[in-house]
Structure formats: structure tokens, C-alpha cells
Design a protein around this ligand. Structure first.
Ligand SMILES: C[S@@+](CC[C@H](N)C(=O)[O-])C[C@H]1O[C@@H](n2cnc3c(N)ncnc32)[C@H](O)[C@@H]1O
Length: 415
């Protein structure tokens, strides 16, 4: 099948549905490609955004990733720029209107298939975002290989593909709808048919029994079409992603959120946890995926094989500054009661992390400017008995929880 059917879908139903006027009210932020996150998992936290930085958003759709990244780059005051490409003109028009609404002048827009990117000679790129696109391509492996070839040395990518287990229930409904839709039926007719079928799903139906899927209920017609009427999509397990990435000469540096891919997040038995410690981290991630069963998407960062050693910011590098995603250190510190655990919800699962005694004192100092070394010095001034090993032991526990939940990153402090 050519890209034409996929393009037609996104011309009729640009996805996700976005109103450019909403840019005045909020910035949509997420993963991959939040600037703090990509810096942490691709550039070891040390990328200087006052230097030229070129990012490609491949299959940018209605603009979520491109707008967020362009806004974050503009906020640094540096020269960073974003190149947006997509098959769909209608999606591009919405993304362009959103950029105009924000006054962003650092995005250029192109109507291009990923398959044609090399010929267009727009690269090389320091960073590539490809979110929710590879799984719609006729040949995802060739698509990723194209992206890999236009990646600059020392660069990396943030990717998202569907997760198989979390999409339980989607493919049987897709199959049913395919079997009863006339091949030449119009998109609006297909939507009508789908809505009618959805009303009559028996309570045993797996889509009905999967509470974590909501696009067909809350995502408008575009969401329903994308989830249940797509002409081409497939879903992946962790091991299949590793294989896809490996074939393109790349390696995974992180799966997001890290805690969701850590079996320890879900298990309590020390023996079982210890047994799992012996597995390589990707096997542990694959185990966690099977265990939790709720991962609808896999967001992950990759770099060229051989560059993994310096891609991820080292957790306890004393020269890097811990920085909170929302920037609200006081709010987070207030949520942590002395002696109590931090609780959070990960895709519907309630999780809890024991907090070390110094958690509040550390968090309140995480302003993205103080380095870990500075934070230690301040706390050691208040408490002269605090030695560095004890400080680092407590910090690692805090880091595993907050970084695991996608709240905490590391970066080189501003000069
Ligand atoms: C599910 S949307 C995701 C949009 C955006 N990346 C996001 O995360 O919000 C998929 C987008 O990929 C585009 N697309 C699909 N196949 C493509 C291809 N081969 N080359 C370029 N874009 C493609 C579609 O037109 C659509 O806009």
C-alpha cells in the first residue's frame, strides 16, 4: 500500500485535533522532545543551546512536538531551529497556524514523506523527533534508517511507537470494522459505522474492558479514526523496538518513563526483585512491560551505537544541576511528608517510592542552577556530620523516584 491512503486520512482528520487559538492559553508539553528530557538522554545534560542546534520533527502532524520544541528553544534565547515535515497539508496548516499564534519564527515547514527526506537534503540534524509515525509506515525499519542517515554525528532521536499490550482491544475492533466497511466508503461513513458498533460492544469485549484507551471516546472523530479505522498501524513490544533500533545502527538510551519500565516499581518480594536484577536492563524493561500490561505507547531515546556511554547524564555527577520539569520545587517538596512515601499514578497504576530523610531539603534546592555539588555543600554546612557518601546514597534514592517519574533531569548550569 502506498502512503496515499495514510495521507488521505490525515488530510481529512489531522491528528491530534488542535485549535490554534488555544496557544494563547497553554503550551502542550510531553515526551519525547521536552528540551530538558532530550538534553538529559541524548546529550548527557551538557548541550549548550546558545550554540546552533537543528532539530527535525518528522511526521509533525498538527504540531505538538514541533511547537513545544521550538518554544523551548526560543525560551533559551539561543539560535536553535526546528524543521517540520509531514505528508498531510491539512495537518501542516494547523501546525503553521499554531506557530504564528505563538510568534515562533524558528520553525520551517515542509510537505515531505520521511521516505523522501534524504533527497530533500535538509539535514544533517542534531536531533530528530519522530512521534507516532514509524508504526504507520509501510516499512518502519527503512524509515528509521533514513532518519539515522540524516542524523549529525553526536546527535540522537526521540521516538514513539505504539505498545502492543496497552492497545489490547484495538486490533479486534479494527478487524471488525474492516470486514464490514465497503472499500470505497467515505471517512464519514466509516466513523458512523464505528460509533454504532462501539455502542453495542458487549461487556466482554477487550476494547470495552481496556480502561486505559480513550481516544475513541474523548479524541473527537480524528481520535476515533486514528485508533480504530487506521489503514496502517502496528504495535511493538520492547524486544521488537530494540531489534528495530539495532537494525538502524542505533541503541536505546532510555525508555520513558523509566519507572514504568522498572519491575521494582510494581513488585514487593525481595527475592523476585533480586532475581530480576541479574537481567540486562532491556530484558528488565521487557519484563516490566509484560508485568504492567498497560503501556499503550513506547517513548524512547536513541543514539548511534558506540555513543551510548556519554549520552545519558550520570545521576550523581556533582557538576550537573538537578532541574525539575515543572520547575515547582516548593510545590513538590510540600507533597513530601517526613517519613512518608511519594505516591504517583503511572498509566493507571498507583505507585509509591520511599523517600530519604533529606528529600525535602534536596528538592527545595533543585533550581537548575545549583549543581549537585553545591547542594551537598549547602546541606553539609547546615549539618557538618553529613558526609558525601551518605548524601549521595540518599540522593540516588530520590533521583530514582523523581527521574523515574519523569520529574527530574540534569543539566549543565547556565554560566
Ligand atoms: C499520529 S500522527 C502524529 C503527529 C505528531 N507527531 C504528534 O505526535 O502529535 C502521524 C502523522 O504522521 C504523518 N505521516 C504518516 N506517514 C508518514 C510518512 N511516511 N512521512 C511523513 N509523515 C508521515 C501523518 O500525516 C500524521 O500527521
Amino acid at each position: 500500500m502506498s502512503n496515499q491512503t495514510v495521507r488521505d486520512q490525515y488530510e481529512t482528520y489531522p491528528y491530534p485535533e488542535r485549535a490554534p487559538g488555544d496557544e494563547a492559553k497553554r503550551l502542550i508539553e510531553g515526551s519525547p522532545s521536552h528540551l530538558l528530557e532530550l538534553n538529559h538522554y541524548v546529550f548527557g545534560g551538557r548541550r549548550d543551546f546558545s550554540k546552533p542546534f537543528r532539530a527535525l520533527v518528522a511526521g509533525g502532524g498538527t504540531g505538538d512536538g514541533a511547537i513545544m520544541l521550538a518554544q523551548h528553544l526560543a525560551d533559551t534565547g539561543g539560535p536553535g531551529e526546528v524543521v517540520y515535515t509531514d505528508l498531510s497539508q491539512a495537518s501542516r496548516a494547523i501546525a503553521e497556524a499554531r506557530a504564528r499564534a505563538r510568534g515562533l519564527g524558528n520553525i520551517t515547514f515542509h510537505s515531505l514523506a520521511i521516505e523522501d527526506l534524504e533527497n530533500a537534503a535538509l539535514g544533517p540534524f542534531d536531533y530528530v523527533d519522530c512521534c507516532g509515525v514509524l508504526h504507520h509506515m509501510a516499512d518502519p525499519a527503512s524509515g528509521l534508517a533514513v532518519l539515522s542517515r540524516i542524523l549529525a554525528d553526536g546527535g540522537g532521536m526521540g521516538l514513539m511507537v505504539y505498545g502492543e499490550l496497552g492497545r489490547t482491544g484495538v486490533y479486534p475492533v479494527q478487524d471488525m470494522l474492516r470486514s464490514i466497511s465497503a472499500p470505497d466508503s467515505l471517512p464519514g461513513e466509516r466513523i458512523k459505522l464505528a460509533k454504532n458498533l462501539l455502542k453495542q460492544l458487549p461487556e466482554t469485549n477487550w476494547l470495552r474492558r481496556n480502561p486505559f484507551l480513550g481516544d475513541h471516546l474523548a479524541g473527537g472523530d480524528a481520535g476515533l479514526y486514528d485508533l480504530l479505522l487506521h489503514s496502517r498501524d502496528r504495535a511493538y513490544r520492547v524486544a521488537e523496538i530494540a531489534e528495530l533500533v539495532n537494525r538502524a545502527g542505533l541503541a536505546i538510551t532510555a525508555l520513558i518513563e523509566p519507572a514504568a519500565y522498572n519491575p521494582d516499581t510494581y513488585l514487593t518480594d525481595p527475592k523476585l526483585k533480586q532475581q530480576l536484577q541479574t537481567l540486562p536492563w532491556l530484558d528488565r524493561a521487557a519484563f516490566a512491560e509484560l508485568l504492567a500490561g498497560n503501556l499503550r505507547t513506547h517513548v524512547f531515546y536513541v543514539v548511534r551505537k558506540g555513543r551510548t556511554a556519554d549520552a545519558v547524564a550520570p545521576a550523581d555527577d556533582l557538576d550537573l544541576a538537578p532541574v525539575l520539569k515543572g520547575g515547582d520545587a516548593a510545590g513538590l517538596a510540600a507533597r513530601i511528608k517526613p517519613g512518608a512515601a511519594l505516591t504517583a499514578t503511572l498509566d493507571g497504576i498507583k505507585v509509591r517510592f520511599a523517600m530519604p530523610p533529606l528529600a525535602q531539603a534536596m528538592i527545595i534546592r533543585m533550581d537548575g542552577v545549583r549543581t549537585l555539588g553545591h547542594i551537598y555543600n549547602e546541606l553539609a554546612t547546615i549539618n557538618p556530620n553529613l558526609d558525601r557518601d551518605e548524601f549521595l546514597a540518599q540522593y540516588r534514592v530520590l533521583y530514582a523516584a523523581l527521574n523515574g517519574l519523569g520529574q527530574l533531569y540534569l543539566r549543565q548550569p547556565p554560566p
